[in-house]
Design a protein around this ligand. Structure first.
Ligand SMILES: Cc1ncc(COP(=O)(O)O)c(C=O)c1O
Length: 412
């Protein structure tokens, strides 16, 4: 095992845990990655040493909590290269961020006859809010399809994005297929047609560099728990010029400038979109998660991703009657592979793997229209992170082979 990876693994005590008497092999990182000690310690430090609400009291703890919360925002801004801190809105997660855009920007900017373009590979989080918006507004939802390699079909995108398009909402990386979508080209296409582009970065951030200015996306959403951070914290990046014109999505404390019996005016960005007590420890944990990623470096993260994908694909391809979904090559994708074993239900395979201490996901991955397109109800998905190794892949492949033999011939 690479010495650096061995060292990184020591930051994750959970990787020594036994599941069903076997040392855990955690291949469900696309659902939630594990959290390093450094992140847990920062959250504990807040809760035990300076826990207080933010942007309210003038007392020392309140100011300390506010400073750390705003420091986290500044760190996120630098991490994704936003122009201003106020373009970083803390939300409860990627789903919340996308709903914010649909229900605020979408509500005032979509009208009857307009078109919203998504792709067939969207997670329900980046589909349902647009589907419902289109229904409410009598707008049309259009889908960019897959190409022959099961990547996003850019030629189809050029057909679907037109002067009628008002919003393009696309995932940066598919949580089922693993392919990295050409976001920069899509942003260009959207802008050439006077549309805005909303990107779902849930499976991208923490895997490779994301520069929102270079991509020229209008909105970018992601979650902390998929990038070594805590649950319940997420980010919506938005261009300031757009966020400023948008109405608030949630109403309540700390998002107002002035309130009378009958009227209210809104606070400036980012508070306008952060009603109520935010997830302060979550933001502090996210800050620490970004430290963790930056200490390793996104280049190394990406290289590891490519190496793991290559090795995983090579090994999976050796198993007969195993169908792989998504791009068949190792670049232009993250270390996430969906597959099925012919004639064996993915849930049975996942349960059998769990008995060996190997955690993978089986299901529709909150992407049912994509499943319909692929002609299946569910798939197995192995998704790896920086702490996963080729030795773990070997054990996984061995277990998979034995499970296949058992289901086919009853031999184990
Ligand atoms: C591509 C994609 N988008 C959105 C989400 C939703 O993220 P969250 O549940 O953290 O809001 C997920 C979660 O799996 C995802 O994979």
């Amino acid at each position: 095992m690479d010495k650096d990876i061995a060292k990184i693994r020591t930051e994750f005590p959970i990787l020594k845990t036994k599941v069903n008497d076997e040392v855990l092999i955690y291949f469900d990182n696309a659902a939630s990655s594990q959290m390093p000690l450094s992140v847990s310690r920062k959250i504990f430090d807040f809760d035990q040493n300076y826990r207080a609400n933010v942007h309210r009291g003038l007392h020392t703890l309140g100011m300390q909590a506010t400073n750390r919360y705003e420091k986290a925002r500044h760190h996120v801004r630098n991490f994704i290269n936003a122009q201003k801190d106020c373009e970083v809105i803390f939300t409860s997660g990627c789903t919340d961020s996308l709903n914010l855009v649909a229900n605020s920007y979408g509500e005032v900017n979509i009208h009857a006859g307009d078109e919203i373009v998504v792709s067939i590979m969207e997670h329900h989080s980046n589909l349902l809010c647009w589907q419902q918006l289109a229904q409410r507004k009598h707008a049309k939802l259009r889908f960019i399809e897959l190409d022959q390699d099961q990547k996003l079909d850019l030629a189809d995108a050029k057909k679907k994005i037109s002067p009628k398009t008002k919003i393009v909402a696309i995932t940066h990386v598919s949580n089922v297929l693993g392919g990295i979508n050409p976001l920069k080209e899509l942003a260009k296409l959207a802008h050439q047609n006077n549309a805005i582009i909303v990107a779902d970065g849930a499976q991208a951030v923490g895997h490779f560099e994301v520069d929102v200015q270079d991509l020229d996306v209008d909105f970018y959403a992601f979650s902390g728990h998929k990038m070594f951070g805590p649950n319940g914290i997420g980010v919506l990046y938005g261009k300031r010029s757009l966020l400023e014109k948008m109405p608030p999505y949630r109403l309540g404390g700390e998002m107002i400038e002035n309130v009378t019996r009958t009227q209210a005016s809104w606070a400036d960005l980012p508070q306008k979109f952060e009603a109520g007590t935010p997830n302060i420890s979550g933001a502090i944990g996210l800050d620490a998660a970004i430290d963790f990623i930056e200490d390793i470096g996104l280049k190394k993260m990406h290289t590891h991703d490519i190496e793991m994908r290559r090795y995983l694909l090579d090994q999976l391809k050796k198993i007969a009657d195993l169908k792989i979904y998504g791009p068949k090559n190792d670049t232009g994708a993250i270390s996430l592979v969906s597959f099925n074993l012919s004639g064996i239900h993915p849930h049975d395979v996942a349960s059998a793997l769990d008995l060996e201490g190997i955690e993978v996901r089986a299901g529709h991955h909150c992407a049912q229209p994509l499943m319909q397109e692929l002609g299946v109800e569910s798939t197995l998905r192995a998704s790896l992170a920086i702490y996963n190794t080729t030795q773990e892949i070997d054990k996984f492949i061995q277990a998979l082979t034995q499970i296949k033999e058992f289901f086919e011939n009853g031999i184990r």
